[in-house]
Design a protein around this ligand. Structure first.
Ligand code: HEM
Length: 149
């Protein structure tokens, strides 16, 4: 117990944001190679609440999965402070704001939880460090999108 706490706090301190981005990119690569991680995500997300299911009632999921695949890449690029990532996420921030899709900011916690569940079941190397790296990367983009609501 003591050892794992020690290990976790060490890990939190030594990993730079660049290291975390590489960890996330490798995890995402393993997920995409392992099968349809975005299909798993949408099953989790739609099953998590009737409100979410209702929002996607007219969605073409083959198209939507491709858009989200790219959207997650943009989140990773944004966390790396890449300019194309910033402009791509700016567009998603606008499409999800109160004047467009009107996505309530409280729904992003559920979105992240369902995505992490899907990643966990598709990445055979998933561990605490992979999870905390994903949390760091996703939190940055989610904060930015929510601020635009
Ligand atoms: C950071 C988290 C999210 C990302 C990266 C993301 C990404 C995307 C992308 C790329 C699209 C395609 C349209 C576009 O490019 O603007 C989209 C559409 C959509 N998103 Fe999100 N999204 C996120 C969170 C959410 C949440 C929390 C909801 C809550 C219900 C949501 C609901 C929708 C809906 C309803 C659509 C339109 C689907 C359709 O065209 O039928 N999104 N999202």
């Amino acid at each position: 117990m003591l050892f794992s706490l020690y290990k976790e706090s060490t890990v939190m301190e030594v990993e730079s944001i660049q290291d975390k981005i590489s960890i996330v990119q490798n995890s995402y690569g393993r997920c995409l190679a392992s099968g349809d991680v975005l299909d798993t995500f949408y099953q989790e997300f739609l099953g998590s609440s009737p409100e979410i299911k209702e929002r996607f009632k007219n969605t073409d999921f083959e198209k939507q999965k491709k858009l989200l695949k790219h959207g997650i890449n943009l989140m990773i690029m944004f966390a790396a402070e890449n300019l194309a990532g910033k402009s791509g996420l700016k567009r998603i921030r606008e499409s999800h704001d109160s004047k467009h899709l009107n996505i309530n900011p409280k729904l992003y916690d559920l979105w992240k939880f369902c995505l992490l569940q899907a990643i966990k079941s598709h990445d055979y190397k998933y561990n605490n460090l992979v999870e905390s790296s994903w949390n760091n990367v996703l939190d940055k983009g989610i904060r930015y999108i929510k601020e635009g609501y």
